[in-house]
Design a protein around this ligand. Sequence first.
Ligand SMILES: [Ca+2]
Ligand SMILES: [Ca+2]
Length: 399
Amino acid sequence: MRYLLLVFSVLLGLFTAASADPIPNEMVHVPAGVFVMGDGVAYCGEDEHEVTLTRDFNLGQHEVTNQEYLEAVQWAYDHGYVSEIQFDGAGSFYLQESPSDRAQNAYPGGYDPSEHPVKKVNWYGSVRYCDWLSLQAGLPRAYAHSGDWSCNGGDPYGAQGYRLPTDAEWEYAAQWDDERIYPWGTENPDCSRANYKPSDYCVGWTSPVGSYPDTPQALGLSDMAGNMFEWCNDWRLCYLGTSPVTDPTGPGSGIHRVLHGGSWYWDDHFLRCARRSYEHPSSSATAGFRVARTVPSQAVEQDNMDSAQIFLQPNTPNPFASQTQISYSLPSSSPAVVNVYDATGRMIRTLRNTSYGAGEHSVTWDGQNVAGEAVPAGIYLYELRWNGQSESKRMLLVR
Ligand SMILES: [Ca+2]
Ligand SMILES: [Ca+2]
């Protein structure tokens, strides 16, 4: 574990310094729209009412992982936003993760928490993470760190930085375009669709994020049902009424914050898109989270940065055994470089170093180094460089 921390300190030094607009979390674009919140059945989700969301937003493709949280808290410590990091157990850098008999029983072949969702993080820890992402990206942090920690003065949709999704945004993204009961549709839950607890556990612990993609005809999110409960921005109110609302923010104050999506530890009722649960914001009993961010308006985008941005897509498939495809887009025909690095930061292969023009491109990596030798299983990084900008992502090679 100590080794991992050192490795990622090195990598952060290598990659974030040159990055134009780092987005540490893979995110999915969710277009603005109108939907029926509530499904007439779900506890605290009975009240069906029309909700209009007027702004596009990006939503984390997956729940925030232990590794992502670890990297963020390390960054916050290195930059003076956190003065002390206390870890639970000598030598462990994962947040209340190890050792756990339950985890070891669920993964007898060995349990690696890095790709599992962060858990037992309270609401304040979740919004701090959002603020660290904002600060890394040079954006104003969304949350007030006093009082009730309001998001952008009570207007979360207007926040420039990263934040938790609102109650309405979360449900909208989960049920997407057809008022479906579950993120995958109307079929009853089973252990192939979500990690939850029927009569007995499906897994008995969390799964690596992305193990349960919300398919078919969904937005490309994963684990919206099950794995970990997810904090939302809103104070919780059980009965939301039946009147149409636009960009709802929930009550102005309260005792509990909204949770959505069920978990590996709870039964199928919690998997409904409209099911709304709750917890005290200081409680770290049950929840993880994913991040959201309102898509900046064109005007704000141009104010903030040169609009000529590169974009690096998550590689597919990931994890991969034989080969994986890396896609990216370029604003102009200036030459671009795509490099692959191993976990120590050593460059092992240049996949592309040429001009292919503006627009979408892709390149395949066959898991071989520059000498044509198959490299060992593990985490690798791929980096796109173009005109002084760079962007990098991780990929997992399995053999
Ligand atoms: Ca609905
Ligand atoms: Ca979840």
